[in-house]
Design a protein around this ligand. Structure first.
Ligand code: GLA
Length: 409
């Protein structure tokens, strides 16, 4: 995909059956080329996700409001007659075939991206679901690399979906989400919450998922944006240190929770209203930690209010809450950085922008904005120009559509 200001990049991508078919042909052809022949290979797809609001609340027992996208990961897989695992990613062509085996399901640096599918195989085995043969697996993702639209969770859910299909494991889509998260936490060392894998495994076209991470209860909310679209802007800043900072935020919240538990009977920060937080916050003995916990509590309440606003067709209020979410992530949670702040603050200046905020873990990655149709071109042009001027490289813009969860193609 092209970088820079081009409105071309803002066209919906892979939204219709023809494009999906074309992609299917591409991956099947490549599979045959890489693995000798395409005999018996099957094609699968799992989406990426965008979170509309409810950031860094999922590991605090709060609410999130993510949606699956129509972009994601295409996978071609075939069972083998031995224990071998052979992996190939069209996104990392230079790496060629990466080989492993079912007897070697251990994380290692050299395994690179294959630690994600291997982690899922390991997680299934941990639950007593052992594969009785290896597989050949080729992937091709059209989620912009390192964009924070959950390419890793997409690969995890895709792998789980393939294993269920091939080996008859008795698991629901919700289980696929939990297994994906388990593997990410325990095999790949990122202490992520459940949001990404859940949004991907449970995705529904034109809907976002209002999920209570305290008990995994959820409802689907239709996203009907009359005369407006969801625009994702990639900062093109790769995350790098993000994962360690992510774990740091998580433990700051855990410590704040332990301090609060001395004065109020709660299991998670997500149980608190803003008033309860204000009345008890002095139990948190550190100013930084207090701000982290404040974000978790207020963001959870904002998410509940935002979904109510959407249900009442008040998209303007939804947008204001998105903006407030960004401010809180910038000032209290401190996970934005100059790139995401520039994108969002420039977006706010443009008439026709209903709301704009960072989405995902932060520290780079993407913003999500709701932009009126007539303002999309000027949004791309103005935000793009201002960003390039300040940051020195371009941003990419995607007008996205919300799609279904994983499937066989
Ligand atoms: C990452 C994690 C999610 C969630 C978000 C922040 O995407 O994988 O579990 O915590 O960050 O909301």
């Amino acid at each position: 995909m092209k970088k820079g200001l081009s409105v071309e990049t803002a066209k919906p991508i892979f939204t219709n059956i023809e494009k999906e078919r074309a992609m299917k042909d591409v991956v099947l052809k490549k599979f045959a080329e890489v693995f000798g022949d395409g005999e018996g290979a099957k094609v699968f797809f799992a989406p990426g996700r965008v979170n509309m609001i409810g950031e860094h609340t999922d590991y605090n027992g709060g609410h999130v409001f993510p949606a699956a996208l129509t972009i994601g990961t295409y996978g071609v897989a075939r069972k083998r007659s031995d224990n071998k695992l052979r992996f190939y990613s069209m996104n990392f062509d230079k790496l060629g075939i990466i080989e492993s085996s079912l007897t070697d399901l251990l994380p290692c640096k050299e395994a690179g991206w294959t630690n994600y599918p291997k982690g899922v195989m390991w997680a299934f085995a941990e639950r007593g679901m052992k594969m009785d043969s290896g597989i050949d697996l080729l992937l091709n993702g059209n989620i912009p690399n390192g964009s924070g639209l959950s390419s890793s969770a997409s690969v995890e859910v895709l792998t789980g979906f393939i294993l269920r299909d091939f080996f008859g494991f008795d698991v629901t889509n919700q289980d696929l989400a939990l297994i994906g998260q388990f593997s990410e936490n325990n095999f790949n060392g990122v202490n992520c919450g459940i949001m990404d894998q859940f949004a991907i495994a449970m995705g529904k076209k034109d809907h976002a998922i209002f999920l209570d991470t305290a008990d995994l209860s959820y409802t689907y909310a239709p996203i009907k944006l009359e005369n407006a679209k969801i625009v994702i802007t990639s900062s093109n800043k790769k995350r790098g240190l993000g994962d360690s900072k992510y774990n740091e935020r998580r433990s700051e919240c855990e410590t704040a929770l332990t301090e609060l538990q001395k004065v109020i009977d709660i299991k998670a920060l997500g149980e608190l209203t803003e008033e309860q937080f204000e009345a008890n916050k002095s139990a948190i003995k550190d100013e930084v930690r207090m701000r982290r916990a404040k974000h978790a509590v207020y963001e959870n309440q904002r998410t509940i209010k935002a979904v109510e606003a959407l249900q009442a067709n008040d998209v303007a209020l939804f947008g204001q809450l998105m903006n407030a979410s960004h401010v809180s992530l910038r000032d209290d949670y401190e996970v934005t950085g100059i790139e995401l702040d520039t994108l969002v603050e420039e977006a706010w200046k443009i008439e026709g922008v209903i709301g704009s905020r960072m989405t995902g873990a932060g520290f780079g990655g993407c913003t999500v904005s709701i932009v009126k149709d007539e303002a999309i071109d000027s949004f791309i042009e103005k935000v793009g120009e201002a960003y390039k001027k300040k940051i020195g490289y371009g941003a990419d813009f995607y007008v996205v559509e919300l799609g279904d969860g994983p499937r066989v193609l």
